[in-house]
Design a protein around this ligand. Structure first.
Ligand code: ZN
Length: 401
């Protein structure tokens, strides 16, 4: 199983990346021996991976990072780097390679201080690997300051440094940064390709795999989760019942409260799993005495950790709500398909009764207005409107009539 096998339905992108990885490998070999460098190299110092949510643009970047560090002996025999098994590939994939640095937003933004050490590292040579790889998972969350720091680093890269930036779309990244990147756009994988992956890789029963792939419409991670995690299936079923519950104001307010509570619970569960452990580890590192008394002058570091944990909680809650909004949008898209007499590619074939009821009792115009209301809720959350307020406005707009 090579690193390229992780990319579902992305043959064209895989081929391009494999070719670049091969040239990258030849460049390093040429620099460290008498071998000639490749002609017209397909390798470059900065890449931008984009794609709709779940298409796998971050996985593609990670596979490429692994291939750049591949040390499999097969490479010398003309094999494609990215064997998936050698030490370079393996450590890059599990996140322990010394020369692969991954940056992901803790909260809703990547701050300049989150980026400082990484930018500094980008100006150095790789420690043990073949390339110094910096992978930014959500470049759309760079703020003005951190984006400027990245821009400077991308403008004058060290000879063996590669920046891999990921974002939903090319418009999400500053024009000055993206003009210096080679752009690869992943398309949504087909429902068949996702179902096939679930059967082959996860051992999911074909019927369940097909339903999960259809319900998530080409979102690979969500399909995997839905096919393998009963709690995820329950959550989705609850969200899909919402359209039938928003008959009156009371129902709308109650449904909104439940959605927000469920998201807050997700955030709390993750916080419980991580916060206490992190805090203990930091205290130990700072040399806290028995009874938890911290040495003088370390309060600032503890405060930084608390801030980080708070940002993470907000972000988790937001992501969880976002997932519910995605399911709801898919539901009303199916309603619209029914109203317009088109049943092709419906996502929620398992909620057919609810779909038919809503389709019969409303017009296509009303459905479009409802889809817009969900989009407006997402925009409001992006603008940091209080979640309950934004979701209540949405459920009220979903009401019949
Ligand atoms: Zn390898």
């Amino acid at each position: 199983m090579t690193v390229w096998d992780d990319l579902v339905g992305q043959e064209r992108v895989s081929e391009q990346l494999a070719a670049a990885a091969r040239d990258a490998d030849a460049l390093v070999t040429a620099a460290t021996s008498d071998a000639p460098p490749p002609e017209a190299s397909k390798m470059t110092h900065a890449w931008l991976f984009t794609g709709p949510p779940g298409a796998g643009h971050i996985q593609a970047a990670r596979a490429f990072a692994a291939a750049l560090q591949c040390v499999s002996p097969d490479r010398a025999l003309g094999g494609v780097p990215g064997c998936g098994f050698c030490d370079g590939c393996h450590t890059a994939l599990i996140g322990t390679h010394a020369d692969v640095t991954t940056v992901a937003a803790v909260g809703t933004q990547i701050l300049a201080e989150d980026m400082r050490d990484t930018v500094r590292k980008s100006f150095t040579s790789p420690a043990t690997g073949r390339w110094q790889v910096i992978l930014v998972e959500d470049a759309e969350r760079l703020n003005e300051k951190s984006a400027n720091a990245v821009l400077k680093a991308v403008e004058e890269p060290a000879p063996r440094t590669v920046w891999l930036l990921c974002a939903p779309s090319i418009e999400d990244v500053l024009p000055t940064i993206r003009s210096r990147c080679r752009h690869l756009n992943l398309s949504t994988p087909s429902v068949e390709a996702v179902a096939d992956m679930l059967v082959r890789r996860e051992g999911v029963e074909p019927g369940v795999a097909a339903a999960a792939a259809r319900a998530t419409q080409g979102h690979v991670d969500r399909a995997r989760r839905l096919a393998t995690d009963p709690a995820a299936r329950e959550r989705r079923a609850a969200v899909l019942k919402l359209p039938l519950r928003v008959d009156d104001v009371g129902g709308c307010l109650k449904a909104a409260q439940e959605l927000v509570d469920a998201a807050a619970e997700d955030a709390k569960a993750l916080a419980e799993e991580l916060d206490a452990k992190e805090t203990e580890e930091l205290k130990a590192a700072l040399g806290a005495a028995q009874g938890g008394r911290l040495p003088r002058g370390t309060a600032g570091v503890m405060k930084d950790l608390e801030d980080k944990q708070k940002r993470r909680r907000t972000r988790t809650q937001r992501d969880s709500l976002d997932l519910a909004l995605t399911d709801l949008t898919a539901f009303y898209r199916d309603v619209l398909a029914l109203q317009l007499g088109s049943r092709v590619a419906m996502a929620n074939t398992d909620a057919e009764d609810a779909l038919e009821r809503i389709a019969r009792s409303s017009s296509p115009e009303a459905t479009l207005r409802r889809i817009e209301a969900i989009g407006a809720c997402r925009d409001a959350l992006d603008r940091n409107v209080a979640p309950l307020l934004a979701v209540e406005a949405m459920t009220m707009a979903l009401r019949a009539g």
